[in-house]
Write a protein that binds this ligand. Structure first.
Ligand code: PLP
Length: 456
């Protein structure tokens, strides 16, 4: 979603893409940019976005008949692979009983129970339809609960397209946010304080100055939307300590990491925390199994402030949708300990091979991890750890674009941006992994050639 590069003059497409290109032309006439979510437009890498016709297990097939190993996984939800038989059966079974009732129904209770059972500090959840709704509602609840209005977030953390959270602002010092998007009034972002990630000093300074106005701090449990940038040891503890000292709530956004990094998300890897758990959590992606289901939850005494019990209003026509909750429930139940072990093994195999190929071709890079989530930062100079958004932005974007297109040409669909995690699924079998490994040396060479062109 970040980092825009102009489309190269010569098309990087080397496969037949006539059918995708024709659909894109139709789409451009009726949809802004031809897409319903910006990253899908391939603006950061150029070329024709592939229109996918069908998907099974680790494979995508586009409308021109090209087949790809999928390392996007719908940006996380497809943890079991595409059209998993158990999830498909659950969806078909639920759909046969009705699509939406606008009344309470059994699946939503079962899904809430599943989430509460998995994430120890989460006593209650409210279901919604997208991660954006989850974070928006969690922030409203935090403001309603504390009676305060300011919100702290970190540069490079994405929490959906919530007005108040679309501020990245500058780096280094605490700045009141300037909106990152047109259409967000300065007043909506003016209550947002943006801090550099992994910087305890900046955190303490911001709370020392504005503490009594701060309703909450929202953070990605382990950031994955600037590439994978895990919290430094002790950083999450510092967030807990400082928010508590100033009476602010801590919101852990696990929309991406939830039920992906472990059975209980990033919390399962890093928690429990010495100073106590986050007050609120947000979930999405995996918990919907590819359907629109998300949630926010946490301490029951805070959730009691939500309508119909309390004064904080929140609602949704399709919230707890019976088909979406059936998909989510079947997906979570399919996420066994063996699945998580397998995800980590697969991710290691792919990341190690990618790193070896890049090293072989003298392409400087750093691999960073959060459970089975990883990303490869293509760096312009000697490799170094990426600790915050400023570090993440120091990437060699043309080298990534060359790498991306060489992988795509060889039948591997990576996220079309250098600022994303790669996602594997439990369905990535030997054939799929071999196809990725076979593609890597050529892609590393393409990245290396791109660097040579740039310095010529
Ligand atoms: C994807 C994501 C969101 C937004 O979820 P949507 O379902 O796209 O609205 C929020 N927070 C994080 C951490 C995410 O990765």
């Amino acid at each position: 979603m970040m980092g825009c590069m102009s489309t190269p003059d010569s098309s990087p497409d080397t496969q037949p893409v006539a059918a995708s290109a024709a659909l894109m032309e139709r789409a451009l006439a009726v949809t802004p940019g031809g897409v319903n979510s910006p990253v899908r437009a391939f603006r950061a890498v150029g070329g024709t976005p592939r229109f996918i016709a069908s998907a099974a297990g680790p494979w995508l097939r586009d409308v021109d008949g090209n087949r790809y190993v999928d390392l996007v996984g719908s940006w996380g939800p497809m943890i079991l692979g595409h059209t998993h038989p158990d999830v498909l059966a659950a969806v078909q079974g639920a759909a046969a009983h009705g699509f939406s009732f606008g009344t309470p129904s059994a699946n939503e209770v079962a899904l809430a129970e599943e989430i509460v059972a998995r994430v120890e500090p989460v006593e209650q959840v409210r279901l919604v339809s997208s991660g954006t709704e989850a974070t928006m509602s969690a922030v409203r609840l935090a403001r309603g609960f504390t009676g305060r209005s300011a919100v702290v977030k970190f540069a490079g953390c994405y929490h959906g397209h919530v007005d108040a959270l679309l501020a990245h602002a500058g780096s280094g010092i605490a700045t009141f946010g300037l909106p990152d998007s047109a259409g967000v009034p300065a007043s909506a972002a003016a209550e947002t304080i943006v801090l550099p990630y992994n910087d305890v000093e900046a955190l303490e300074a911001a709370f020392a100055e504005h503490g009594e106005r701060i309703a909450c701090l929202i953070t990605e449990a382990s950031p994955g939307n600037m590439g994978v940038v895990p919290p430094a040891p002790g950083f999450t503890d510092a967030l807990r300590r400082v928010t508590r000292e100033h009476g602010a709530l801590l919101i852990s956004d696990e929309v991406m990491t939830g039920f992906r990094c472990s059975a209980s998300g990033w919390y399962g890897l890093e928690g429990p925390y010495e100073g106590g758990a986050p007050d609120l959590f947000t979930f999405g992606k995996v918990m919907g199994g590819g359907f629109p289901a998300a949630a926010f939850g946490g301490r029951a005494d805070i959730l009691a402030h939500l309508a119909p019990l309390g004064p904080v209003y929140q609602a949704g026509t399709l919230s707890g949708n019976p088909v979406a909750t059936a998909a989510g429930l079947a997906t979570l139940r399919g996420c066994t300990p063996e699945v998580y072990e397998r995800l980590e093994r697969t991710a290691r195999t792919i990341a190690d091979a990618a790193s070896a190929a890049l090293t072989e071709h003298d392409v400087p890079h750093t691999v960073q991890w959060a459970g089975s989530m990883f990303s490869i930062f293509f760096q312009p100079g000697p490799p170094k750890p990426v600790r915050d958004y400023d570090d993440a932005r120091e990437q060699d974007l043309p080298a990534f674009a060359a790498f991306f297109h060489a992988m795509l040409a060889a039948g591997v669909h990576l996220p079309p941006s250098a600022f994303e995690s790669w996602f594997v699924s439990a369905a990535h079998d030997e054939e799929a992994i071999e196809a990725v490994l076979a593609a890597l040396p050529g892609a590393a060479r393409a990245a290396s050639d791109s660097r040579a062109r740039m310095t010529r």
